[in-house]
Design a protein around this ligand. Structure first.
Ligand code: ADP
Length: 266
C-alpha cells in the first residue's frame, strides 16, 4: 500500500503528483503497455486524477492504445512559462513522444536525445495535480530507466511478465535494477500477463501457452506481491488496437481483472 509518498521535495519535478508509478518489463511484447493503459483507465474509473507518460520512446504505443495518434499537444503559458498541455482521454492526461515525432525518426536517436525528450515531457508537461502518474517504461534496463529513477521520486514499480522462462529471466533483471542499492524503488508487485488461454468453445479449459504460473512462482521466490494473472483474451488485444482498453468496460471479466490489479496498488 502506497499513499502520498512524503519524500517528494517541493523543488522536484512533478511535485503536485502524489504517486509516480513506473510500469516496467524485462522483455518487450509481454503486454507492459496494455497493462499500463488498463491500469490508467481503472484508476481514473475509481475517481483518481490520473496521468500517463509514455516513456517507451523507441516504441511508443500509448497513442495507438488510446486512439489519440492524431492528437498534437499544444503549448500554453503557465506562470509565464510554456507548458505542454497533455492529451486527454477517459479523464487521463497523456503525453507521448509519439505525439511529436514519427517513431521511425526516434529510433535513430542517441541515448542522450531520448532521455532529454522524456525529461522535457516530464518537466514541461502541464500535469497539474495528480493522484497517480503512470510511466510506461521501455522494455529492459536502459539510460532512460536510470534517468527516471534518478530524477523522479518514484513511489513504486509494477513489473509485467509472461510466464515464459525467457520473460521471467528478464523480469528478474528488472526487479534487481529497482532493488539495487543506489536506486531503491519499492516493487509494488508483479503482473503475470498472457497467463493462459481459454477458447470460447471450450470455456472450462485453460491452455497454459507460455507455461503455468511462471509469474506467480517468481513473485513468491522474490518475495513480491502477485498483483494478478491476466489471461490471453482476444478482446484485450482488440481493446488496445481500437483505443478502448478493456478496463473501459468494467462489467466484462477482463475489465474486472484490470480493476482488481489497480485495486492492489492504491
Ligand atoms: P509491450 O508493451 O510489453 O511491448 P504490448 O502491451 O504492446 O506489449 O502488447 C503486445 C501485444 O500483445 C499487443 O498487440 C497487445 O494487444 C497484445 N496483448 C497484450 N496483453 C494481452 C492479453 N492479455 N491478451 C491478448 N493480447 C494481449
Amino acid at each position: 500500500k502506497v499513499k502520498n509518498k512524503p519524500s517528494v521535495a517541493p523543488e522536484q519535478p512533478l511535485k503536485d503528483v502524489k504517486n509516480i508509478i513506473a510500469v516496467a518489463s524485462g522483455k518487450g511484447g509481454v503486454g507492459k503497455s496494455t497493462v499500463t493503459s488498463n491500469l490508467a483507465v481503472a484508476l481514473a474509473k475509481e475517481g483518481y486524477r490520473v496521468g500517463l507518460l509514455d516513456a517507451d520512446i523507441f516504441g511508443p504505443s500509448i497513442p495507438k492504445m488510446f486512439k489519440t495518434e492524431d492528437a498534437r499537444p499544444v503549448l500554453e503559458k503557465v506562470d509565464g512559462k510554456d507548458k505542454i498541455i497533455p492529451v486527454e482521454k477517459y479523464g487521463i492526461k497523456m503525453l507521448s513522444i509519439g505525439y511529436f515525432v514519427d517513431p521511425k525518426d526516434a529510433t535513430i536517436w542517441r541515448g542522450a536525445m531520448a532521455t532529454n525528450a522524456i525529461k522535457q515531457l516530464i518537466t514541461e508537461g502541464n500535469w497539474g495535480e495528480l493522484d497517480y502518474l503512470l510511466i510506461d517504461l521501455p522494455p529492459g534496463t536502459s539510460d532512460i530507466h536510470l534517468t527516471m529513477v534518478q530524477t523522479l521520486a518514484i513511489t513504486g514499480a509494477v513489473i509485467v511478465t509472461t510466464p515464459q522462462d525467457v520473460a521471467l529471466a528478464d523480469a528478474i533483471k528488472g526487479v534487481s535494477m529497482f532493488n539495487s542499492k543506489n536506486i531503491n524503488v519499492p516493487i509494488l508487485g508483479l503482473v503475470e500477463n498472457m497467463a493462459w488461454f481459454t477458447p470460447a468453445e471450450l470455456p472450462d479449459n485453460k491452455y497454459y501457452i507460455f507455461g503455468k504460473d511462471g509469474g506467480k512462482k517468481l513473485a513468491e521466490e522474490l518475495g513480491v506481491s502477485l498483483l494478478g494473472q491476466i489471461p490471453i483474451v482476444q478482446s484485450i488485444r482488440e481493446g488496445g488496437d481500437s483505443g478502448a482498453p478493456s478496463a473501459t468496460n468494467e462489467n466484462t471479466l477482463t475489465g474486472k481483472a484490470f480493476m482488481e490489479v489497480a485495486g492492489k496498488i492504491v
